[in-house]
Design a protein around this ligand. Structure first.
Ligand SMILES: [Zn+2]
Length: 135
């Protein structure tokens, strides 16, 4: 439905980790900075020793919006667009579609878990509201 990312040396781990169910975040091996979006050079200390590793795949809703506008034909509305703080990757916030949550009930601070939707060569991260946490 949406254009797919082009795989590069920097981002292949991120976009293909979903094949194994893993959220891959790049970390600097020298200063431990989480580098996201992934790059080959640490923006903090300029080290080139940046490599991806799997994080837990859980997170917390930092903020969100409920979209009611079908921007392209065939888009299902309403849907929740959330900004999620990623566990185990300090400072990393991802903008994502959030599924499995009632748009009337989603809240800041809600716990979420990652899932993936395969599309061609890439696994698109899609975050889900945790079961039993829809209050
Ligand atoms: Zn660094």
């Amino acid at each position: 439905m949406l254009p797919l990312p082009e795989l590069t040396a920097e981002n292949t781990a991120f976009w293909t980790g979903g094949e194994r169910g893993e959220l891959m975040i790049a970390f600097c091996e020298d200063c431990a900075h989480a580098v996201h979006p992934p790059q080959l050079l640490c923006p903090r200390c300029h080290s080139q020793r940046v490599s991806p590793r799997a994080v837990a795949g859980t997170g917390t809703v930092y903020t969100f919006t409920v979209n009611h506008q079908p921007w392209i034909p065939g888009m299902d509305v309403p849907f929740i667009l959330a900004v999620v703080d990623v566990d185990g990757a300090p400072g990393v916030r991802v903008t994502t579609r959030l599924t499995g949550a009632d748009p009337q009930a989603v809240r800041i601070g809600q716990r979420v878990r990652i899932g993936f939707e395969q599309s061609g060569d890439v696994w698109i991260p899609v975050w889900h509201a945790n079961e039993g946490d829809a209050a």
